[in-house]
Structure formats: structure tokens, C-alpha cells
Design a protein around this ligand. Structure first.
Ligand code: SAH
Length: 395
């Protein structure tokens, strides 16, 4: 190891979570920095006694001052990064070998030991996002390895997340190889989905719900299904494919509603698409005394900070209350929270409290998570963000 490697001393006690697998050192966990630590450069992290915790990438401009890459004192080489990308792609073969599936998350940042690196596959299009300054200099090796493993028809570097500015990086989007088609059509468990990876939300789609989309099918046959916060219609399309008698998908965004219509047409499935605020729509359905057999709620993160927990809970409870009023005994409610800050237990209790307020009995069918291409890294709870609670209304 080079003599000049800067050393980041973490305060006593803070080494524990790092040793247990948490890859972030916050600025306020640092006692002192020895040597010249360059933003975006490598640094060795040591505990209060000077024992090596690992090697990471340093950025003085980020709250996450160091993101750990290894738990040894070793130089982080291009080859190490390439090997991690290969391992990430190898693991996703499990998902890509599901029948009728050609999309998945290839790299899930910290859970693939590539902090701040996100990569998604949409059919032949691979979309790469670098969100940490320290990983920026590995862009080329990551892109080359993705090309080697995935042989994409188009590789898009979608570095336009505003989070990059907080790290001191510019926002831009660039095709690295191939050509970007006007419309990308991906397949998820046999359902075709039109996507807009260049313009759409996140890297363009909601890959974390694939397995939950499939899961809804078994409850839908012959029933009346309402998919709230539907985006591209993942739940609605699967419900229709499973033989639901009537499916309605609701989203506030015109673009999402257009996508739902396009996707229904692509699959030859009947899905009614409504552009509305789901809070109002649900209330209106209650007023009209409508009844559904299955309702899916999948709102955006109501809270991006711990401080907003109470109002987030009110939001989850309000839509759960309305949904439960629309579900007779036997009806199924699938309700989601994609906010990391909302603990699973709090979310479950909030939804159950809605049933209690209504003097309704419910039972928990299952409690699910994000799909397995978004694995949760032990010791790093931030990588578990999606809660998927399935309830059945009882008499
Ligand atoms: N259920 C989708 C993902 C939903 S993401 C899937 O499985 O792929 C959340 C969606 O909620 C976004 O499409 C967003 O446009 C929509 N949304 C946000 N606020 C809303 C509101 N108040 N009413 C209806 N839709 C809303």
C-alpha cells in the first residue's frame, strides 16, 4: 500500500456497525483525518486504536464521508470493481431466467458492494447510474464489464439524479454505446411493459415490485380489482392476466396513465386507466359504495426523512381506511411503503390500526419485500426499503 494513503480515524464505538457490514462513515463519526484525503479518492478507515476497518472512497462534500469498499487494507483496483460487477450480473441470472422476464436490477449499490452504483436492465437496454463521487472514476471499468457480461444493445449512463450535485458532481445523461430506441418494451413474467428509461421515473421503471406483481395474480380470478398508484400498471396488468372480471388502475400522472393504456393494449388486456389523485378517488369510491375484491396501494415515499414519520403514517392510514371500506369480507388489500424511514413494524401497525378504527377483523396473508434482485445487505438496514403487506378482510 502506498505510503501516502490518508487515514480516517472513526470515533470510538462507531467501528462496530462498520465491522458488522454497514458501509457508510458519516462526517460526525470521524475523529480525525490523517494525510491528504482527496474528494473521490481512496482512504483507509481505522478504529480508535488504529486497527484497519477497511478501504473506502472519501468525499468531504458528502454527509457520507467514506463509503467502504473492502474490509481489508488493500488498494482498490479496477479488477476488484470489475469482479464485483461480474458477480452482480451472475446473481441476476436467477431473475433473468424466470419465464418471460428480461428486466431486472443488475447492480443494487451497497448490497453489491458497489456503493452508489445502480444499474438496471430493460430488455436490451442497460441503464447505469453513478451516485457517489468515489465511484465516478470507476465508470469506465463498470461500463466495460457490463458490456462484457450483458452485451446490451444500448448502454445508457443516466447520471441525472440531483443527488449527484450533493456529491459535487454534474448531472447529465449520455449513451455510451449502441442506440437508444424510442420505446423500450420489457417483459416481466410474460407481461410486456413499455418503458421510458431515458425520461421515466428513477432509472425508468419499478423493478422492485416484479415478484409482488406476480403474487397478486392468485387473488384476482373473476374479481373486481383496483390498482392505486399504478404507474405503468404492473399490478393491474397481472390482475387482468389472471382473469379478473374488471380492473381499474389509477395514477395522478398523465404520463403514467398513457403508459398504462399503452401496456394494456400491448398485452391485449382490459384495464381501465384513470388519471386522479388516489386519496380523492378512494374517498369518492367509498361515497359511491363501490365494492372491490382486491385493492393494491403502492404510493410514493411519503417521507424522505424521519421527521415526517407521523404525517407519513397518517397518509398510509387514510388510504388504508378508504380501501378497507371498499373491501367486503374475503377481500384482499395489498399495501406498500417504499420509504426506508418507515420501519416495517410501524407500517404494519398503522395499517392494522385502520382496521381497528373500522371495527373490522383482518388477517395477515403475508409480509413481503422488494424483489430478490434488490437483496438486503446484512448490517445495512437502508437496503431494505419496500414493505408489502397483504391482508384479508374477515367477517
Ligand atoms: N405501483 C407501481 C409503482 C408506483 S410508484 C408499480 O408497481 O410499478 C408511485 C406512483 O404514484 C407514481 O406513478 C406517481 O405518479 C403516483 N402518485 C403519486 N402521488 C399520487 C396521488 N396522490 N394519487 C395518485 N397517484 C399518485
Amino acid at each position: 500500500m502506498a505510503e501516502a494513503m490518508p487515514k480516517v480515524w472513526v470515533t470510538n464505538g462507531r467501528q462496530k456497525k462498520l465491522i458488522l457490514g454497514h458501509p457508510w462513515v458519516y462526517g460526525n463519526e470521524i475523529d480525525r483525518v490523517e494525510g491528504e484525503a482527496a474528494d473521490g479518492g481512496l482512504a483507509e478507515v481505522v478504529d480508535f486504536r488504529g486497527r484497519t476497518v477497511g478501504m473506502g472512497v472519501y468525499n468531504s462534500r458528502s454527509l457520507l464521508r467514506v463509503r467502504l469498499l473492502t474490509d481489508r487494507s488493500e488498494t482498490v483496483t479496477d479488477e476488484l470493481i470489475a469482479e464485483r460487477v461480474r458477480a452482480a450480473c451472475r446473481y441476476r441470472e436467477i431473475v433473468l431466467s424466470r419465464p418471460g422476464t428480461d428486466c431486472c436490477r443488475l447492480i443494487y449499490g451497497e448490497a453489491d458492494r458497489l456503493p452508489g452504483v445502480i444499474c438496471d436492465r430493460y430488455g436490451g437496454v442497460v441503464v447505469l447510474q453513478i451516485l457517489s463521487l468515489g465511484m465516478e472514476r470507476f465508470t469506465q471499468v463498470i461500463a466495460d464489464t457490463l458490456t462484457e457480461c450483458e452485451k446490451p444493445s444500448c448502454l445508457l449512463l443516466k447520471n441525472d439524479d440531483p443527488i449527484r450535485e450533493k456529491e459535487g458532481m454534474a448531472c447529465f445523461s449520455r449513451v455510451l454505446s449502441g442506440t437508444m430506441p424510442d420505446e423500450v418494451i420489457v417483459h416481466e413474467n410474460g407481461i410486456a411493459l413499455a418503458m421510458d428509461p431515458a425520461g421515466g421515473q428513477k432509472t425508468g421503471g419499478f423493478l422492485d415490485q416484479k415478484d409482488n406483481h406476480l403474487f397478486v395474480r392468485q387473488f384476482c380470478r373473476g374479481g373486481r380489482v383496483l390498482d392505486c398508484f399504478s404507474y405503468a400498471g404492473g399490478f393491474a396488468l397481472n390482475a387482468a392476466a389472471a382473469g379478473a372480471a374488471e380492473v381499474t388502475a389509477v395514477d395522478i400522472s398523465e404520463a403514467a396513465v398513457a403508459l398504462i393504456r399503452r401496456n394494456a393494449q400491448l398485452n391485449g388486456l382490459a384495464v381501465g386507466a384513470v388519471c386522479a389523485n388516489c386519496f380523492d378517488y378512494l374517498r369518492e369510491q367509498v361515497r359511491l359504495k363501490e365494492r372491490y375484491d382486491v385493492i393494491v396501494l403502492d404510493p410514493p415515499a411519503f417521507t424522505k426523512a424521519k421527521a415526517n414519520m407521523a404525517s407519513a403514517c397518517r397518509g398510509y392510514k387514510e388510504i388504508a381506511l378508504s380501501a378497507m371500506r371498499l373491501l367486503p369480507a374475503g377481500g384482499v388489500l395489498a399495501t406498500h411503503s417504499c420509504s426506508y424511514h418507515m420501519p416495517e413494524e410501524t407500517f404494519v401497525n398503522t395499517v392494522i390500526s385502520a382496521a381497528q378504527d373500522l371495527h373490522r377483523h383482518v388477517r395477515i396473508i403475508t409480509l413481503r419485500r422488494q424483489d430478490i434482485d434488490h437483496p438486503v445487505l446484512a448490517g445495512y438496514p437502508e437496503s431494505h426499503y419496500l414493505k408489502s403487506l397483504w391482508l384479508q378482510m374477515m367477517e
